[in-house]
Design a protein around this ligand. Structure first.
Ligand SMILES: Cc1cc2nc3c(=O)[nH]c(=O)nc-3n(C[C@H](O)[C@H](O)[C@H](O)COP(=O)(O)O)c2cc1C
Length: 323
Protein backbone atom coordinates (compact mmCIF):
# COMPACT_ATOMS: atom_id res chain seq x y z
CA UNK A 1 0.00 0.00 0.00
CA UNK A 2 0.99 3.63 -0.35
CA UNK A 3 0.82 6.51 2.08
CA UNK A 4 0.90 9.40 -0.35
CA UNK A 5 3.82 8.48 -2.59
CA UNK A 6 5.58 6.34 0.04
CA UNK A 7 5.38 2.62 -0.58
CA UNK A 8 4.72 0.62 2.57
CA UNK A 9 5.67 -3.03 2.28
CA UNK A 10 4.54 -5.53 4.86
CA UNK A 11 1.58 -6.17 7.07
CA UNK A 12 2.13 -4.43 10.41
CA UNK A 13 3.64 -1.12 11.50
CA UNK A 14 5.26 -0.30 14.84
CA UNK A 15 3.20 2.17 16.89
CA UNK A 16 4.74 5.34 18.27
CA UNK A 17 5.46 4.78 21.96
CA UNK A 18 6.99 7.49 24.12
CA UNK A 19 9.82 6.18 26.29
CA UNK A 20 9.90 2.87 24.41
CA UNK A 21 9.96 3.10 20.61
CA UNK A 22 13.30 4.89 20.36
CA UNK A 23 15.79 4.52 17.55
CA UNK A 24 17.28 1.25 18.87
CA UNK A 25 13.87 -0.40 19.18
CA UNK A 26 12.59 0.95 15.88
CA UNK A 27 15.65 -0.38 14.01
CA UNK A 28 15.17 -3.76 15.63
CA UNK A 29 11.49 -3.89 14.70
CA UNK A 30 12.26 -2.95 11.08
CA UNK A 31 14.81 -5.77 10.99
CA UNK A 32 12.11 -8.12 12.19
CA UNK A 33 9.73 -6.99 9.43
CA UNK A 34 7.78 -3.98 10.68
CA UNK A 35 6.27 -2.26 7.63
CA UNK A 36 7.20 1.18 8.90
CA UNK A 37 7.92 2.88 12.20
CA UNK A 38 7.01 6.15 13.89
CA UNK A 39 9.11 8.08 16.41
CA UNK A 40 8.06 8.85 19.96
CA UNK A 41 5.87 11.94 20.04
CA UNK A 42 7.79 15.21 19.85
CA UNK A 43 6.47 18.44 21.37
CA UNK A 44 6.08 21.17 18.74
CA UNK A 45 6.51 23.74 21.53
CA UNK A 46 9.74 21.99 22.59
CA UNK A 47 10.97 22.19 19.00
CA UNK A 48 10.12 25.90 18.86
CA UNK A 49 12.25 26.45 22.01
CA UNK A 50 15.11 24.53 20.36
CA UNK A 51 14.99 21.89 23.08
CA UNK A 52 17.78 19.40 22.47
CA UNK A 53 15.58 16.57 23.85
CA UNK A 54 12.94 17.28 21.20
CA UNK A 55 15.55 17.38 18.46
CA UNK A 56 17.06 14.07 19.57
CA UNK A 57 13.63 12.42 19.45
CA UNK A 58 13.35 13.31 15.76
CA UNK A 59 16.59 11.59 14.74
CA UNK A 60 16.02 8.77 12.29
CA UNK A 61 18.66 6.41 10.96
CA UNK A 62 18.69 4.89 7.50
CA UNK A 63 18.13 1.46 9.04
CA UNK A 64 14.57 2.37 10.05
CA UNK A 65 13.18 3.81 6.86
CA UNK A 66 10.40 4.25 5.95
CA UNK A 67 9.83 6.18 9.16
CA UNK A 68 7.56 8.92 10.38
CA UNK A 69 8.24 11.66 12.92
CA UNK A 70 5.27 12.22 15.19
CA UNK A 71 4.61 15.73 16.49
CA UNK A 72 2.09 17.01 19.00
CA UNK A 73 0.70 20.43 19.83
CA UNK A 74 -2.38 22.54 19.28
CA UNK A 75 -1.18 25.58 17.36
CA UNK A 76 -1.26 25.14 13.57
CA UNK A 77 1.70 27.48 12.96
CA UNK A 78 3.87 25.93 15.70
CA UNK A 79 3.03 22.46 14.40
CA UNK A 80 3.94 23.52 10.85
CA UNK A 81 7.27 24.92 12.05
CA UNK A 82 7.99 21.73 14.00
CA UNK A 83 7.28 19.69 10.87
CA UNK A 84 9.70 21.87 8.88
CA UNK A 85 12.38 21.31 11.55
CA UNK A 86 11.66 17.56 11.52
CA UNK A 87 12.38 17.52 7.77
CA UNK A 88 16.08 18.02 8.60
CA UNK A 89 16.04 14.34 9.54
CA UNK A 90 14.41 13.38 6.23
CA UNK A 91 11.41 11.42 7.53
CA UNK A 92 9.25 9.76 4.88
CA UNK A 93 6.12 10.79 6.82
CA UNK A 94 5.04 13.42 9.34
CA UNK A 95 2.46 12.06 11.78
CA UNK A 96 0.23 14.23 13.95
CA UNK A 97 -0.73 13.02 17.42
CA UNK A 98 -4.44 13.40 18.16
CA UNK A 99 -4.63 10.51 20.58
CA UNK A 100 -2.36 10.99 23.58
CA UNK A 101 -4.44 10.75 26.78
CA UNK A 102 -1.70 11.84 29.22
CA UNK A 103 -2.82 14.80 31.36
CA UNK A 104 0.35 16.77 30.61
CA UNK A 105 -0.51 16.54 26.89
CA UNK A 106 -4.31 16.37 26.63
CA UNK A 107 -4.67 18.67 29.66
CA UNK A 108 -3.01 21.37 27.58
CA UNK A 109 -5.40 20.95 24.68
CA UNK A 110 -3.01 18.71 22.69
CA UNK A 111 -3.11 15.00 21.80
CA UNK A 112 -6.57 13.47 22.28
CA UNK A 113 -8.02 16.83 23.38
CA UNK A 114 -7.81 18.01 19.78
CA UNK A 115 -10.66 15.64 18.93
CA UNK A 116 -12.94 17.91 20.97
CA UNK A 117 -12.30 20.59 18.36
CA UNK A 118 -12.58 19.03 14.86
CA UNK A 119 -12.20 22.42 13.15
CA UNK A 120 -8.80 22.91 14.82
CA UNK A 121 -7.82 19.36 13.77
CA UNK A 122 -8.43 20.38 10.17
CA UNK A 123 -6.46 23.62 10.55
CA UNK A 124 -3.48 21.76 12.00
CA UNK A 125 -3.49 19.15 9.25
CA UNK A 126 -3.74 21.86 6.60
CA UNK A 127 -0.91 23.94 8.07
CA UNK A 128 1.40 20.94 8.41
CA UNK A 129 0.53 19.55 4.96
CA UNK A 130 1.25 22.92 3.36
CA UNK A 131 4.56 23.19 5.20
CA UNK A 132 6.21 19.93 4.10
CA UNK A 133 6.51 17.91 0.92
CA UNK A 134 6.08 14.48 2.50
CA UNK A 135 2.75 12.81 3.30
CA UNK A 136 1.10 13.87 6.55
CA UNK A 137 -0.76 11.25 8.58
CA UNK A 138 -2.90 11.60 11.70
CA UNK A 139 -3.27 9.23 14.65
CA UNK A 140 -6.64 9.54 16.34
CA UNK A 141 -8.74 7.73 18.92
CA UNK A 142 -12.41 6.79 18.90
CA UNK A 143 -13.25 10.15 20.50
CA UNK A 144 -12.83 11.93 23.83
CA UNK A 145 -15.34 9.86 25.80
CA UNK A 146 -18.35 7.61 25.18
CA UNK A 147 -20.58 10.68 24.79
CA UNK A 148 -18.41 12.22 22.12
CA UNK A 149 -17.41 9.45 19.72
CA UNK A 150 -16.41 11.42 16.62
CA UNK A 151 -13.59 9.50 14.95
CA UNK A 152 -15.47 9.45 11.64
CA UNK A 153 -15.98 13.21 11.64
CA UNK A 154 -12.38 13.92 12.61
CA UNK A 155 -11.03 11.46 10.03
CA UNK A 156 -13.09 13.10 7.28
CA UNK A 157 -11.96 16.59 8.27
CA UNK A 158 -8.33 15.45 8.34
CA UNK A 159 -8.72 13.88 4.89
CA UNK A 160 -10.34 17.03 3.50
CA UNK A 161 -7.40 19.07 4.79
CA UNK A 162 -4.68 16.94 3.25
CA UNK A 163 -4.04 13.92 5.49
CA UNK A 164 -2.74 10.97 3.48
CA UNK A 165 -3.63 8.25 6.01
CA UNK A 166 -5.43 7.89 9.32
CA UNK A 167 -4.37 5.61 12.13
CA UNK A 168 -7.15 4.87 14.57
CA UNK A 169 -6.80 3.40 18.05
CA UNK A 170 -10.23 2.05 18.96
CA UNK A 171 -10.51 3.56 22.43
CA UNK A 172 -11.68 6.92 23.75
CA UNK A 173 -9.33 9.20 25.64
CA UNK A 174 -11.16 8.37 28.87
CA UNK A 175 -10.55 4.65 28.33
CA UNK A 176 -6.81 5.27 28.01
CA UNK A 177 -5.53 1.71 27.36
CA UNK A 178 -8.26 -0.54 28.87
CA UNK A 179 -10.62 -2.39 28.36
CA UNK A 180 -10.64 -3.91 24.89
CA UNK A 181 -10.32 -1.66 21.85
CA UNK A 182 -13.45 -1.25 19.74
CA UNK A 183 -12.63 -2.45 16.24
CA UNK A 184 -16.07 -1.47 14.89
CA UNK A 185 -14.99 2.16 14.92
CA UNK A 186 -11.99 1.22 12.76
CA UNK A 187 -14.38 -0.29 10.21
CA UNK A 188 -16.60 2.80 10.32
CA UNK A 189 -13.64 5.10 9.71
CA UNK A 190 -12.45 2.87 6.87
CA UNK A 191 -15.89 3.12 5.24
CA UNK A 192 -15.98 6.88 5.56
CA UNK A 193 -12.68 7.99 3.95
CA UNK A 194 -10.76 7.21 0.75
CA UNK A 195 -7.24 7.48 2.20
CA UNK A 196 -5.66 4.39 3.81
CA UNK A 197 -6.76 3.51 7.32
CA UNK A 198 -4.38 1.87 9.76
CA UNK A 199 -6.09 -0.09 12.53
CA UNK A 200 -4.62 -0.14 16.03
CA UNK A 201 -5.42 -1.69 19.38
CA UNK A 202 -4.85 -5.03 21.09
CA UNK A 203 -2.99 -6.99 18.42
CA UNK A 204 -0.87 -9.58 20.23
CA UNK A 205 -0.59 -12.33 17.60
CA UNK A 206 -0.67 -12.95 13.85
CA UNK A 207 -4.20 -14.34 14.26
CA UNK A 208 -5.26 -11.04 15.87
CA UNK A 209 -3.80 -9.15 12.91
CA UNK A 210 -5.73 -11.31 10.46
CA UNK A 211 -8.92 -10.83 12.46
CA UNK A 212 -8.45 -7.05 12.45
CA UNK A 213 -7.95 -7.05 8.67
CA UNK A 214 -11.05 -9.18 8.19
CA UNK A 215 -13.31 -7.39 10.66
CA UNK A 216 -12.39 -3.82 9.75
CA UNK A 217 -11.12 -3.99 6.15
CA UNK A 218 -8.26 -1.70 7.25
CA UNK A 219 -5.26 -1.19 4.96
CA UNK A 220 -2.58 -1.93 7.55
CA UNK A 221 -2.40 -2.77 11.24
CA UNK A 222 -0.22 -1.05 13.82
CA UNK A 223 1.18 -2.72 16.93
CA UNK A 224 2.26 -1.14 20.19
CA UNK A 225 2.31 -3.16 23.38
CA UNK A 226 2.32 -6.49 21.52
CA UNK A 227 5.85 -5.68 20.35
CA UNK A 228 7.31 -4.97 23.80
CA UNK A 229 10.03 -7.55 24.42
CA UNK A 230 8.58 -9.22 21.33
CA UNK A 231 9.85 -7.86 18.00
CA UNK A 232 9.20 -11.40 16.66
CA UNK A 233 5.57 -10.41 16.28
CA UNK A 234 6.45 -8.62 13.02
CA UNK A 235 8.18 -11.72 11.63
CA UNK A 236 5.30 -13.91 12.73
CA UNK A 237 2.76 -11.67 11.02
CA UNK A 238 4.87 -11.45 7.86
CA UNK A 239 5.21 -15.20 7.46
CA UNK A 240 1.57 -15.75 8.43
CA UNK A 241 0.46 -13.66 5.47
CA UNK A 242 3.16 -14.49 2.93
CA UNK A 243 3.79 -18.17 3.59
CA UNK A 244 0.72 -19.10 5.62
CA UNK A 245 2.96 -20.52 8.26
CA UNK A 246 3.26 -19.95 11.93
CA UNK A 247 6.69 -19.06 13.29
CA UNK A 248 7.05 -20.62 16.73
CA UNK A 249 7.67 -18.44 19.76
CA UNK A 250 11.40 -17.81 20.13
CA UNK A 251 13.58 -20.05 22.27
CA UNK A 252 15.06 -18.80 25.55
CA UNK A 253 18.45 -18.41 23.87
CA UNK A 254 16.97 -16.36 21.02
CA UNK A 255 15.11 -14.12 23.45
CA UNK A 256 18.24 -13.47 25.48
CA UNK A 257 20.36 -12.91 22.38
CA UNK A 258 17.93 -10.36 20.91
CA UNK A 259 17.55 -8.66 24.29
CA UNK A 260 21.32 -8.21 24.52
CA UNK A 261 21.56 -6.99 20.93
CA UNK A 262 18.71 -4.50 21.49
CA UNK A 263 20.15 -3.11 24.71
CA UNK A 264 23.69 -2.95 23.35
CA UNK A 265 22.43 -0.68 20.56
CA UNK A 266 20.40 1.34 23.05
CA UNK A 267 23.56 1.90 25.13
CA UNK A 268 25.52 2.86 22.02
CA UNK A 269 22.94 5.53 21.15
CA UNK A 270 22.25 6.89 24.62
CA UNK A 271 25.42 6.09 26.54
CA UNK A 272 25.67 3.19 29.00
CA UNK A 273 24.35 4.99 32.09
CA UNK A 274 21.21 6.39 30.46
CA UNK A 275 20.82 3.32 28.24
CA UNK A 276 20.90 0.90 31.17
CA UNK A 277 18.28 2.90 33.09
CA UNK A 278 15.96 2.47 30.11
CA UNK A 279 17.07 -1.10 29.55
CA UNK A 280 15.46 -2.37 32.77
CA UNK A 281 11.90 -2.14 31.46
CA UNK A 282 12.87 -3.73 28.14
CA UNK A 283 14.68 -6.55 29.98
CA UNK A 284 11.56 -7.16 32.10
CA UNK A 285 9.48 -7.51 28.92
CA UNK A 286 11.94 -9.94 27.29
CA UNK A 287 12.20 -12.04 30.44
CA UNK A 288 8.45 -12.17 31.12
CA UNK A 289 7.35 -15.78 31.58
CA UNK A 290 10.90 -17.15 31.93
CA UNK A 291 12.27 -18.71 35.09
CA UNK A 292 14.17 -16.02 36.98
CA UNK A 293 11.90 -13.16 35.82
CA UNK A 294 10.48 -12.56 39.31
CA UNK A 295 13.95 -12.53 40.88
CA UNK A 296 15.06 -10.09 38.19
CA UNK A 297 12.12 -7.77 38.86
CA UNK A 298 13.09 -7.56 42.53
CA UNK A 299 16.69 -6.83 41.70
CA UNK A 300 16.30 -4.77 38.52
CA UNK A 301 17.96 -1.79 40.19
CA UNK A 302 21.29 -3.61 40.26
CA UNK A 303 21.52 -3.51 36.47
CA UNK A 304 23.80 -0.55 35.94
CA UNK A 305 26.24 -1.73 33.28
CA UNK A 306 25.87 -3.76 30.11
CA UNK A 307 28.14 -6.36 31.71
CA UNK A 308 25.53 -6.73 34.51
CA UNK A 309 22.95 -7.52 31.85
CA UNK A 310 25.20 -10.12 30.22
CA UNK A 311 25.70 -11.77 33.62
CA UNK A 312 21.96 -11.75 34.20
CA UNK A 313 21.34 -13.27 30.76
CA UNK A 314 23.80 -16.05 31.63
CA UNK A 315 22.00 -16.74 34.92
CA UNK A 316 18.59 -16.80 33.25
CA UNK A 317 19.90 -19.14 30.54
CA UNK A 318 21.26 -21.56 33.15
CA UNK A 319 18.02 -21.48 35.13
CA UNK A 320 15.85 -22.16 32.08
CA UNK A 321 18.01 -24.54 30.05
CA UNK A 322 20.22 -26.30 32.50
CA UNK A 323 17.64 -26.39 35.29
C1 LIG B 1 4.28 3.24 26.67
C2 LIG B 1 3.38 3.79 25.58
C3 LIG B 1 3.71 5.00 24.99
C4 LIG B 1 2.90 5.51 23.97
N1 LIG B 1 3.28 6.68 23.35
C5 LIG B 1 2.57 7.12 22.27
C6 LIG B 1 3.02 8.23 21.50
O1 LIG B 1 4.07 8.83 21.76
N2 LIG B 1 2.24 8.63 20.45
C7 LIG B 1 1.09 7.98 20.11
O2 LIG B 1 0.42 8.37 19.14
N3 LIG B 1 0.65 6.92 20.81
C8 LIG B 1 1.37 6.47 21.86
N4 LIG B 1 0.96 5.34 22.52
C9 LIG B 1 -0.23 4.61 22.06
C10 LIG B 1 0.16 3.51 21.08
O3 LIG B 1 0.75 4.05 19.91
C11 LIG B 1 -1.08 2.66 20.69
O4 LIG B 1 -2.02 3.51 20.06
C12 LIG B 1 -1.75 2.00 21.89
O5 LIG B 1 -0.78 1.42 22.77
C13 LIG B 1 -2.74 0.91 21.44
O6 LIG B 1 -2.11 -0.06 20.66
P1 LIG B 1 -1.66 -1.51 21.28
O7 LIG B 1 -2.88 -2.14 21.87
O8 LIG B 1 -1.10 -2.26 20.11
O9 LIG B 1 -0.64 -1.20 22.34
C14 LIG B 1 1.74 4.82 23.56
C15 LIG B 1 1.41 3.62 24.19
C16 LIG B 1 2.22 3.09 25.18
C17 LIG B 1 1.85 1.76 25.80
Amino acid sequence: MYIGNVEIKGYAALAPMAGVADRAFRELCRDFGAAYVVTEMVSSKGVSYNSSKSTELMEISDKERPAGVQIFGNEPETMAQAAITAMKFKPEIIDINMGCPAPKVSGNGCGAALMKNPKLCGEIVKAVSNAVNVPVTVKIRKGWDDNSVNAVEVAQICEANGAKAITIHGRTRMQQYQPYADWNIIREVKQSVKIPVIGNGDIQTAEDAQRMYEETNCDLVMIGRGALGNPWIFMQIYSWFTEERQIPTPSVAEKLWVMLRHIKTLCEYKGEEHGMREARKHAAWYLKGLKGAAKFRNEAGRLTTFKDLETLAGEVYKMNILG
